[in-house]
Design a protein around this ligand. Structure first.
Ligand SMILES: Cc1cc2nc3c(=O)[nH]c(=O)nc-3n(C[C@H](O)[C@H](O)[C@H](O)COP(=O)(O)O)c2cc1C
Ligand SMILES: CC(C)CC(=O)C(=O)O
Length: 366
C-alpha cells in the first residue's frame, strides 16, 4: 500500500539507476533552494472547521479558459522515458483520465504530436528558446497545429544550473532516450550528441541573449497565449505582464537553477500582489500533499504544478503509477478542503491559515 507521495519517492529510488535518480532528485549547488521549497510548507498551519456540513467539495477550476478537475497540473519535466518507457504519453493518459492538464517539456522524450494524440485534458508546451530562431519558431507553430492551448516560456534557464550530483556522476541521458521534439528526422549520431550532456548542450544551443521581447514573437508564431515560468519577484512579474504574458508561474525550477533563490511559497504573495488580478498566477516547487495545494491557494495561487512526484509514479508503475500519484494528491486536496470547511476552490482564501504561534495569540505578552 502506497499512501503518500513521499512513499512513492522511496519506491521510485529503488527502481531507478543511481545517476538517473540523482538527475531527477537533485538541485543546483548546495541544494538549499531545493530543500527550502518543501520546508516552506512546514512553517504554515491550517485552521480546521468544525462540522463543515459537507464531505465532497467541488475542486474544479478554470484557468485561461480551460476547465481543470482540480487546481493541479503536471509541470514540464524533460525525458519522462528516463522514469518509464510509457513516457509522456503515459503521463498524458494519466492526467487526462483525471481531468488535469499537462505541460510538455521542449525536451520531452516523445514528440509533442504523439503526446497530443494520447491527451484528453489541456496541454501546454514548455518552450526553451534556441540560438537558431527557426527551431524555436517551428516548435511554437507545431504546438499550435497539434492543439496545444498555451506556451510556457521558461525564463530562469539561460543555461542549466550547476548540478553537482550530475557533474560527479558524469550524467548522460542514455542513448535510446532522445529529445524527440528536436531531433526527429536526424541521424542516430546527431541524436546522441543532443541528448548526451543536457548541461553542455544548453550552453551552446540555448539563445544566449534572450529578453522579454520574445513573448511577442512566440505569440505571433503560435497565436497562443504565453505564460512565463520562473518568476520569483514582483518586478519580474510586472515585466512579464508588460511583455504581454497571459499567466505567470512562480517557480525556481525545483531548486535546479539559482541555488539560494527563495522557496516559491515565500515569494508567492509578493508576485500575487504585483500581478493584482491581471492574470492567473500558478506556482510549483515542493508540493507533496493536498494540504500544500490548499496553502498555495491561500497564499494567492490560482493552481499548482507538480514535477518530480509524477516521475516517481511513472518509475513505480508507468501510466498507472502517474495516475495513482495525481489521484492521491486530488484525494488529499478534497479532504483538506472539507476539513477546513471550503466547499469550492474560490472559498480557499487567507482565512484558511492559522497563525503559527496560535497558542500565544490570546496571551497578554509584555
Ligand atoms: C528531472 C527534471 C526535469 C525538468 N525539466 C524541465 C524542463 O524541461 N523545462 C522546465 O521548464 N522545467 C523543467 N523542470 C522543472 C519543473 O518544471 C518544475 O519547475 C519543478 O520540478 C517543480 O518542482 P517539484 O519537482 O518540486 O514539483 C524539470 C525538473 C526536473 C526534476
Ligand atoms: C534538459 C534540461 C534543459 C531540462 C531541465 O530543465 C532540467 O533538467 O531542469
Amino acid at each position: 500500500m502506497t499512501l503518500s507521495l513521499d512513499e512513492y519517492a522511496t519506491l521510485a529510488r529503488r527502481e531507478l539507476p543511481e545517476d538517473v535518480w540523482d538527475f531527477i532528485a537533485g538541485g543546483a549547488g548546495r541544494e538549499r533552494t531545493l530543500a527550502a521549497n518543501e520546508a516552506a510548507y512546514d512553517t504554515v498551519c491550517l485552521r480546521p472547521k468544525a462540522l463543515p456540513g459537507f464531505t465532497e467539495p467541488d475542486t474544479h477550476v478554470r484557468v485561461l479558459g480551460g476547465r481543470w478537475a482540480a487546481p493541479l497540473g503536471v509541470a514540464p519535466v524533460a525525458y519522462h522515458e528516463l522514469a518509464h518507457r510509457d513516457g509522456e504519453s503515459g503521463t498524458a493518459r494519466a492526467a487526462g483520465a483525471l481531468g488535469l492538464p499537462l505541460v510538455v517539456s521542449t525536451f520531452a522524450s516523445q514528440s509533442l504530436e504523439r503526446v497530443a494524440r494520447e491527451a484528453s485534458a489541456p496541454l501546454w508546451l514548455q518552450m526553451y528558446c534556441f540560438r537558431d530562431e527557426e527551431v524555436t519558431r517551428s516548435l511554437a507553430g507545431r504546438a499550435a497545429a497539434a492543439g496545444y492551448e498555451a506556451l510556457v516560456l521558461t525564463v530562469d534557464t539561460p543555461f542549466m544550473g550547476r548540478r553537482l550530483r550530475d557533474l560527479r556522476n558524469g550524467f548522460q541521458v542514455p542513448p535510446h532516450i532522445v529529445p524527440a521534439n528536436l531531433v526527429e528526422g536526424l541521424a542516430e549520431g546527431a541524436r546522441a550528441d543532443v541528448a548526451a550532456s543536457p548541461a553542455a548542450h544548453s550552453r551552446t544551443a540555448f539563445h544566449p541573449a534572450l529578453d522579454w521581447s520574445v513573448v511577442a514573437r512566440l505569440r505571433e508564431w503560435s497565436g497562443l497565449p504565453v505564460l512565463a515560468k520562473g518568476v520569483l519577484s514582483g518586478d519580474d512579474a510586472r515585466a512579464a505582464l508588460d511583455a504581454g504574458v497571459a499567466g505567470i508561474i512562480v517557480s525556481n525550477h525545483g531548486g535546479r537553477q539559482l541555488d539560494g533563490a527563495p522557496a516559491t511559497l515565500e515569494v508567492l504573495p509578493e508576485v500575487v500582489a504585483a500581478v493584482a488580478g491581471r492574470c492567473p498566477v500558478l506556482m510549483d516547487g515542493g508540493v507533496r500533499r493536498g494540504s500544500d495545494i490548499v496553502v498555495a491557494l491561500a497564499f494567492g495561487a490560482t493552481a499548482v504544478l507538480v514535477g518530480r512526484p509524477v516521475l516517481h509514479g511513472l518509475a513505480v508503475d508507468g501510466t498507472a503509477g502517474a495516475h495513482a500519484v495525481l489521484s492521491l494528491l486530488m484525494r488529499e486536496l478534497a479532504d483538506t478542503m472539507a476539513l477546513t470547511g471550503r466547499a469550492t476552490v474560490d472559498a480557499v482564501d487567507v482565512s484558511v491559515l492559522a497563525p503559527r504561534a496560535m497558542h500565544l495569540r490570546h496571551l497578554e505578552l509584555p
